[in-house]
Design a protein. Structure first.
Length: 372
């Protein structure tokens, strides 16, 4: 089977997590870059990555990388790609992407130039003056970053954070990929107790349960690769292999929230994810949180600078929570926050910090490891 270079875009700050995931899957030539991780393999490997990656946003073929400061350079660089390897006769090839810190700053103009260049190449190869685009779709994605053009053929469809279990979410939901990345950064694998005392729609505990069970995050959804010739069989085989690696035992995973509506949403999402018997949810006030006895991981995404219904603010909430955790000598703790004063509110310095983006919001993931 032909080998390709694949690109797995990530949330900034999770490149190392995705790199480790790909190495664990046995991928070749894994290399992390800013906002992405590259690896080499076959479409069979791509199917395994799509089904199993927890913290990546997409899996796509890297078709080309070149420098371009003018539209002419963009056109010629794009036309030189062997697009016939990826786009069969009769397939549509919509183009989308973005430009950052580059001479070429108009994404709309880049879309037009890239699409025209691909059409010229395919028209020449397929000996067609007018291309038929009525038979399937190959999504082309591009990035122009500091004058370097990356051209990709998408294998994903909906981004990987859309697992298929969360049709309902509370306001400002956390991406599933970011939640899973934080669980992995906390080194949680299911042996210890796990708590999220501000769980909202349940994303963090659900992802923790999937990790504890070794259940692949892509089992419930469709991927664009399945629309390629032979792709459906590759994805089906990857899902079957993933299911054979699941664990089944008792876990101590709990999410709580002060909002009863959030708890009902979390329970429904857990049911859809197939972990309703693995994770439990209950209504509780984080200010009254009692850490578990013994080894535990406590992970939360508190409200950022928001006044709660009774006038209790984020600073007071985290000071109260920090006091509750002060005596929890065997608890690791992770907190995602955009508030620069978080560590002051908690009352101690983090063991490690990781800069990440929650949507467009720059945050810090503060990790406290007990070492016991």
């Amino acid at each position: 089977m032909e080998k390709h270079i694949f690109c797995a875009p990530t949330i900034f700050g999770l490149e190392g997590v995705v790199r480790d995931e790909l190495k664990h899957l046995g991928m070749e030539d894994v290399a992390g870059e800013e906002g992405r991780v590259l690896f080499r393999g076959t479409l069979e490997d791509a199917a395994a990555a799509l089904v199993n990656l927890r913290a990546a946003e997409r899996v796509q073929i890297l078709a080309a990388r070149f420098e371009a400061r003018t539209f002419e350079e963009l056109f010629e660089g794009t036309r030189a790609v062997e697009w016939e390897r990826y786009i069969p006769r009769g397939c549509a090839f919509p183009v989308r992407g973005h430009c950052v810190d580059s001479q070429l700053m108009s994404a709309n103009d880049c879309v037009s130039i890239i699409r025209k260049a691909i059409a010229v190449r395919l028209g020449s190869v397929y000996h067609a003056e007018r291309l038929d685009e009525s038979g399937g779709v190959r999504q082309i994605r591009f990035t122009v970053l500091r004058d370097i053009v990356l051209l990709h053929v998408d294998l994903t469809g909906e981004p990987l954070h859309k697992r298929g279990y969360r049709p309902h979410a509370m306001e400002a939901p956390l991406r599933e990929t970011l939640a899973a990345g934080m669980v992995l950064l906390m080194r949680y694998r299911g042996r210890d107790a796990f708590r999220d005392p501000m769980c909202g729609s349940g994303t963090i505990p659900i992802e923790a349960a999937l990790i504890a069970m070794n259940r692949a995050p892509g089992l419930l959804r469709h991927f664009s690769l399945e629309d390629w010739e032979g792709g459906a069989e590759l994805v089906r085989a990857a899902k079957d292999a993933a299911r054979s690696r699941e664990y089944s035992k008792e876990y101590d995973i709990e999410g709580s929230d002060i909002d009863p509506e959030a708890i009902e949403v979390a329970r429904e999402n857990a049911r859809r994810a197939g972990v309703a018997e693995t994770v439990r949810f209950r209504r509780a006030d984080a200010r009254e949180f009692v850490p578990p006895e013994g080894r535990a991981c406590v992970l939360l995404n508190p409200p950022y600078g928001v006044r709660l219904g009774d006038g209790f603010g984020a600073a007071e909430l985290m000071k109260s929570f920090g006091a509750r955790m002060a005596s929890a000598e065997r608890c690791d703790m992770g907190i995602l926050s955009a508030d620069p004063e978080l560590e002051q509110w908690i009352g101690r310095r983090a063991t490690k910090r990781r800069r990440v983006y929650n949507g467009m919001l720059k945050c810090t993931f503060s990790m406290y490891f007990c070492g016991k």
